[in-house]
Design a protein around this ligand. Structure first.
Ligand code: FES
Length: 110
């Protein structure tokens, strides 16, 4: 199955089974010296963003999500899951190409 957004291809990293991420939640992974938050949407697709909120370092993987955005659990700034764009006036976060392949989350880090 292929999911996620199209981006320039980077180095791919297998993070682990998608089954570790409950539907509608996120989980943070350390990969290539970064903290990456992977979100599993209720439709089964996945999205990946930097895991550290640019406001004051909140854990974005712990934020509430819907189909389009994650809300930082600390002060409720809102980031688009597909692009990392902040909808509430703060800095954007990096977004990453991510997909599920044979049950494994595969993220591409530029
Ligand atoms: S740390 Fe994320 S909104 Fe403040």
């Amino acid at each position: 199955m292929t999911a996620g957004t199209e981006r320039a291809v980077g180095v791919e990293h297998v993070l682990g089974p998608v089954s570790e991420i409950p539907a509608g939640e996120g989980r943070a992974y350390g990969v290539a010296g970064r903290q990456v938050a992977v979100f599993r949407l209720r439709d089964g697709t996945v999205r990946a963003l930097d895991a550290v909120c640019p406001h004051r370092g909140g854990p974005l993987a712990d934020g509430q999500i819907d189909a389009d955005v994650v809300v930082c659990p600390l002060h409720a700034h809102v980031f688009e899951l597909g692009t990392g764009v902040c909808r509430t006036g703060r800095s954007d976060v990096e977004s990453y190409a991510v997909r599920v392949e044979e049950g494994q989350v595969v993220v591409s880090i530029p």
